[in-house]
Design a protein around this ligand. Structure first.
Ligand SMILES: Nc1ncnc2c1ncn2[C@@H]1O[C@H](COP(=O)(O)OP(=O)(O)OP(=O)(O)O)[C@@H](O)[C@H]1O
Length: 554
């Protein structure tokens, strides 16, 4: 027991609950009536000490949601180690805070980094809840009057700290739009989005990290330079220059970017780091700020399945460190799919499923939709969201519902149309939602004031001062353009022009009218040169357009 201090657990409404602590593993378990004490737990029951109330134990479980889906809370606490997890009735454990749960015997992830050594300031745990989110745009018709186009229709969901929520569905389903709404970048038309039951506010801005699908990085900077300048620009003034640099180094090592840290990022015309490394650099750029909520738009697009899996595992580890992660995903492999905690399946802007990712197949098979051939679950779900029922069984009531009506019109070659399938699935999901009760489906676990206060007290003035920004941007600009400024061709060009000009006007006599004319000519040429440079300076602003996202972020 040496070196370990056990915390008192704040438990409400658990009248029959007991605490059990193992000596081996510092686990306190809220026992349910009838729950057997496991080997190794005997003799340590109800062991608590008074130097307690560590922030990790401050999570209060709402009784109703606990009964609905959570079996017990498992809290492992030592002076060095804090671990809070939620156990579901199926036996799976979901760590909410601290290191990955001990019960999560995931070999691959046992090697994972815990993110603790980063020594970041406390993260505010954010429980993200969205209910009936609707977003529409007005489409201007040439001949017809303007019409509303629904991009998202009554989408509901919930994600807790420690969880990874995947937004899946066919292209154009509305995933990016939902992500934008959740990040507060665009305003929703109806519905609610809350962060710990509070609406979006400016103070949340720096707690939300957003990794774009096509994030733009400076191609001529190395990975280390990119992250160091980002840290210098975006981290608070309260940190010293050295601390900011150290954080960049830490993030590089945590994201496994050491090998390529001195390689240029690269771009269309410059070979640089690989696609997977590039994605990791983009994620690292956001992780630097230690966001509570990390949103990612297709972080695995264009990557092979192994690299994609690495990225998703990394996201899982990030989530397990107490952050809330929401990501859109396209056609994940089955191994990758199994890494998500929750899933929202979107089809044409409507929700076709929301719940545990592992239950998605069960849900569809329970309604009569199952694959007839061996199929990756993600492929099956995306097919369904597309209305494609080839190689899948169809619910009998779907056939009954549409076949008589569609005898000649919608039925193509004796098959159900995609619209019919889509409508059926949307309706079926609405029925499920109504049956379960929407409020129960998205009942959040309440997060106690203590961890929130702790994280809030760490609120700092973010970003560098005006002068610091100027100096950092100047240095970064020089580095980014060094290949142009300091290229042999450019230097030779400047020097040779200077020498030729110098020779032409060598010893020109300003006292004679002819010499004066010569001097006037060189003045004119210099002014012309300045004017051209000035015009180029104006044009160069256009070059900033591709980096507008970086500018906004910084
Ligand atoms: N401002 C807009 N005006 C008109 N249509 C829009 C607007 N924004 C989004 N859309 C449409 O909404 C639909 C959903 O777009 P969104 O980018 O969210 O899809 P997505 O699921 O992320 O697709 P992808 O997987 O291909 O990135 C698309 O059909 C898109 O054309």
């Amino acid at each position: 027991m040496e070196g370990k201090q056990y915390s008192e657990c704040q438990i409400q409404n658990f009248e029959d609950s007991k605490l059990a602590v193992t000596e081996k593993d510092p686990i306190m378990r809220i026992k349910q009536p009838g729950d057997e004490i496991q080997e190794g737990m005997h003799g340590c029951e109800e062991k608590t000490t008074s130097d307690t109330k560590s922030w990790s134990t401050g999570f209060l479980m709402n009784m109703e949601s606990t009964v609905a889906e959570i079996d017990c809370v498992s809290i492992g606490v030592s002076s060095n180690d804090i671990d809070l997890s939620v156990l579901h009735p199926d036996g799976s454990s979901l760590p909410i805070m601290g290191k990955s749960s001990l019960s999560e015997a995931d070999d691959e992830e046992s090697e994972s980094h815990t993110w603790k050594k980063l020594g970041f300031e406390p993260t505010l745990p954010i429980c993200l809840k969205f209910e009936d989110v609707t977003y529409k745009v007005t489409v201007k018709g040439e001949k017809t009057p303007d019409a509303n186009k629904y991009i998202l229709h009554e989408i509901t969901g919930l994600v807790h700290p420690g969880e990874v929520l995947a937004l899946m569905g066919p292209s154009g389903g509305g995933k990016t739009t939902l992500l934008n709404l959740l990040s507060g970048r665009i305003k929703l038309d109806s519905g609610t989005i809350t962060y710990n039951n509070q609406p979006y506010s400016k103070s949340l801005k720096w707690r939300i990290g957003f990794v774009l699908q096509d994030d733009v990085a400076f191609p001529h900077l190395t990975v280390k330079e990119t992250l160091t300048y980002a840290a210098l620009l975006r981290l608070p003034n309260t940190l010293t220059m050295q601390q900011k640099k150290e954080r960049a180094t830490c993030v590089i090592s945590e994201l496994g970017l050491e090998r390529c840290q001195n390689t240029v990022v690269g771009g269309t015309f410059l070979r640089g780091i690989s696609g997977g490394e590039r994605k990791r650099v983009c994620i690292a750029n956001e992780i630097l700020l230690n966001p509570s909520l990390l949103l990612l738009d297709e972080p695995t697009s264009g990557l092979d399945s192994t690299t994609a899996l690495q990225i998703v595992k990394m996201l899982r580890n990030i989530a397990r460190s107490g952050k809330t992660v929401v990501t859109t995903i396209h056609q994940p492999s089955s191994r990758l799919f199994s890494k998500f905690d929750k899933l929202i399946l979107l089809g044409k802007g409507s929700s076709l499923y929301f719940g545990k990712a592992s239950d998605a197949m069960l849900y569809f098979s329970s309604m009569g939709c199952s694959p007839l051939i061996a199929m990756n679950p993600a492929e099956f779900l995306t097919d369904l969201a597309n209305g494609n029922i080839k190689d899948k069984s169809v619910p009998s009531d779907l056939e009954d519902k549409f076949f008589p009506r569609n005898n000649s019109l919608d039925m193509k070659h004796g098959e159900l149309s995609q619209v019919d399938v889509h409508e059926y699935l949307v309706e079926a999901y609405a029925v499920k939602e109504a049956k379960l009760g929407k409020t129960k489906l998205i009942k959040p676990l309440l997060i106690d004031a203590e961890p929130r206060m702790k994280a809030r007290s760490s609120t700092m003035e973010w970003g560098a001062t005006w002068w610091d920004q100027l100096s950092i941007l100047f240095r970064r600009g020089l580095k980014e353009r060094r290949h142009e400024y300091f290229s042999c061709i450019r230097i030779t060009q400047v020097f040779s022009t200077a020498i030729v000009m110098g020779l032409l006007w060598w010893r020109s006599d300003a006292s004679s009218p002819k010499g004066l004319q010569d001097q006037a000519t060189i003045c004119y040429m210099c002014l012309q040169g300045c004017y051209s440079s000035f015009r180029c300076f104006g044009h160069s602003f256009q070059c900033l357009l591709p980096f507008s996202h970086s500018l906004k972020r910084e």
